[in-house]
Design a protein around this ligand. Structure first.
Ligand code: G1P
Length: 290
């Protein structure tokens, strides 16, 4: 079986939920403390065995390309001031993975964005990681999914149960349990109304796709929100019986949402060696003074 070494990160969205911060800055560059959210996603991919990455961008996303390149001027200035440790930290980012970029000229939906990966995938299975979903876990979320793929080759969707009040934000599964944490998907609905949702098992920003997805995307008509939905293309593959949902282990943050972003910022700070203790004391003090 072909090992999964390629991953795609769609990062062309406008980031309207974070305006005005995202007027001149890509939403993927919003930091959780001092690390841009997209770097967390790339690190998860690399720690899962990904060696080749395609980031799908758009006109206003040059900062993402710069972040994964070297910055000669900055390195010269840091060398002069003797900050060589910082340089090696920065080099780790640009050396982490072989990364390519492609521009989506019009924002016609996630399915349309993923279709741009056809040449990159070159007939091999690949992973898709969405930048709005950051997952903190012992074993990287994508690595867990690759392990499932090796046992159940097919399409693997990273899922978790959400409240029925929130299901309309996601792709929802109609599925049956195959084994612990693994479901066989019979059908899917993109952003269903609460009362029409087939379940409250939601797709949360991680996919392993096989090359068949591109034929399905070619046949996919605009769906929810008038966009070409990845969910609608995956739906077409369900008949094969090889579409699985995997309930991944980890804490997932919706960093595309203001409250989710705030949760990520607080919890990542609490976990940090350099900030955890002092920040926790500060939070206790401030809460007790309310
Ligand atoms: C996308 C997908 C949806 C999925 C969600 C996960 O929606 O279309 O199926 O559940 O990501 O975060 P978006 O959040 O881009 O509207």
């Amino acid at each position: 079986m072909k090992k999964i070494t390629k991953a795609v990160i769609p990062a062309a969205g406008l980031g309207t939920r974070f305006l005005p911060a995202t007027k001149a800055m890509p939403k993927e560059m919003l930091p959780i403390i001092d690390i841009p959210t997209i770097q967390y996603i790339v690190e998860e991919a690399v720690q899962s065995g990904i060696t080749d990455l395609l980031i799908i961008t758009s006109r206003s996303k040059k900062a993402i390309e710069d972040h994964f390149d070297i910055n000669v001027e900055l390195e010269c200035a840091l060398t002069k001031s003797g900050k060589t440790q910082v340089i090696s930290e920065l080099r780790k980012i640009s050396d982490m993975v072989n990364v390519q970029f492609i521009r989506q000229q019009e924002q016609k939906g996630l399915g349309h964005a993923v279709y741009h990966a056809k040449t990159f995938a070159a007939g091999e299975p690949f992973a898709v990681l969405l930048g709005d979903d950051v997952v903190h876990s012992e074993v990287p979320c994508l690595k867990q999914m690759i392990d499932v793929y090796e046992k159940h080759p097919g399409t693997i969707l990273g899922v978790q149960t959400v409240s029925y009040d929130n299901i309309s934000k996601y792709g929802a599964l109609d599925c049956s349990k195959v084994e612990d944490r693994v479901y066989r998907v019979k059908d899917m609905v993109e952003k269903p109304k609460k009362e029409e949702a087939p379940s409250n098992i939601a797709v949360l920003g991680r996919y392993i796709l096989e090359p068949e997805i591109f034929d399905a995307l070619e046949k996919t008509k605009p769906g929810a929100g008038g966009e070409i939905q990845l969910t609608d293309a995956i739906k077409m593959l369900c008949e094969s019986g090889k579409v699985y949902g995997y309930d991944f282990i980890g804490r997932r943050y919706d960093v595309g949402d203001k409250f989710g972003y705030l949760q990520a910022m607080v919890e990542y700070a609490l976990r940090r060696d350099d900030l955890g203790d002092v920040f926790s004391e500060y939070l206790k003090e401030i809460i007790s003074s309310l």
